[in-house]
Write a protein that binds this ligand. Sequence first.
Ligand code: NDP
Ligand code: HSE
Length: 470
Amino acid sequence: MTATTPADREATQQAPSQTSPESSPEALKIALLGAGTVGSQVARILTEDAGMLAARVGTRLELAGVFVRNPDGDRDYRLPRELYTTDAEALVDSADIVVELMGGIEPAKTLIERAIAHGSAVVTGNKALLAQSGSELFRAAADAGTQLSFEASVAGAIPILRPLRDSLAGDTVTRVMGIANGTTNYILDQMDSTGATFDDALADAQALGYAEADPTADVEGHDAAAKAAILANLAFHAPFRIDEVHCEGITRITAADNEAASEAGYVIKLLAIAERITARDGTAGAVLRVHPTLLPREHPLAAVRGAFNAVFVEAENAGELMFYGPGAGGAPTASAVMGDVVSIARRLVRGGAGRTHTPKSVVPALPVGEAHTSYMVVLRVADRPGVLASIASSVAEHGVSIVSMRQVPLAEDDLVAEESSEEYTDETPESVLRIITHEAREQDLAATVAALEQLDVVTEVVSVLRVEGN
Ligand code: NDP
Ligand code: HSE
């Protein structure tokens, strides 16, 4: 007896002929560009769940071919050899739906433009391309009356873009904040929970298929920045590009930062934040930023482990919403891709023009200096009377107020390490001072830190990390 899957059972119960209108095409041709981590899983679903997909769409989805660099390369899911091709143009021209899962800017952009010009619908997970050239591509798709869908480009399997675009279309979204990169969340989580080194955790994330082809995009925050631009685009109905996102990655996070965070009751996460604010000069706009952030251990985002993602959305009427799920990896991302494919295919069967995202509002991107957040500033200071008072007064002079200050003696290890340094003498005892501030404007905090650096009682500004969710 052969085992049946839920998809087989659904396909049997709901034959395509029951749902297909007379005029349905015999099959819709799908061109797959890329068969790596995600593309291979899309190929698997198209092949193994063909019956279920046909039942849901009303016609068959036929995999017309797969464009790759090396048709004989190893694949996570192997198709018949004749389906692989290096002739992208011919494949694109033969398709009703083009699924781009190569990544990078070129040749992805040119092939997507070609598909649109040809009248084909396009599905992509390519956030780097959309955050750079999305407006141009969306306009081209709208002009051609076709569709460009991209649910997989942000937060892997989590349905976040369609809810922002459709479900919240009658509300005003004020803030989107989340963990939008699986690789960095995996690395930070491994470093925090198992003491793994950065390099080992990154190697694991690559082996598990979470990282970009060039993982610099993950660890330097560029991937999360691209996602922040796409999220802001949908949340605020206005075009944003990656170069409007303030971006700091996780490569400068040290074991000492993790330790300080942990001692103070925080965990470090790479957050992507897009929020509407009014600048000091009265301009209403949005600040987009990606940076390592301290979250209290009890904050819901602090509990997001491994390569999972979570996105908080705040809207005027809906209040606070949270979306959570697998943020990277082949099968989860392929699920989001296939959602777009099925949705487009159903429209092609029914007929009617494609609907493409073309934001109409103007919401200026404001400099990160206008953002408001709390901070943890760690200083090395002289350990003598009056030091705390002089530091507190310098901070206050810049309009920043302090929630807490905690002074701890330098660890013995640090003293030993420092004995070789020129400044250290037994007569100059030092301590570490950890200051948590109330919310302050980023510009004011930067001025405060610059002033602290000049105080003779401050030996070193060890770290400045933003804090959310206090
Ligand atoms: P991979 O690097 O695993 O796969 C890329 C595929 O594209 C390979 O099959 C490769 O061919 C092919 N390819 C790349 N460049 C070319 C080229 N110039 N000519 C022909 N073929 C090319 O990438 P992923 O599957 O991880 O990612 C694909 C896309 O999905 C990217 O945009 C990524 O950002 C996005 N994404 C990825 C997620 C993930 O978890 N991995 C999650 C969400 C989105 P060959 O195999 O022959 O080298
Ligand atoms: N490299 C990306 C990540 C893939 O780690 O989140 C999912 O977009």
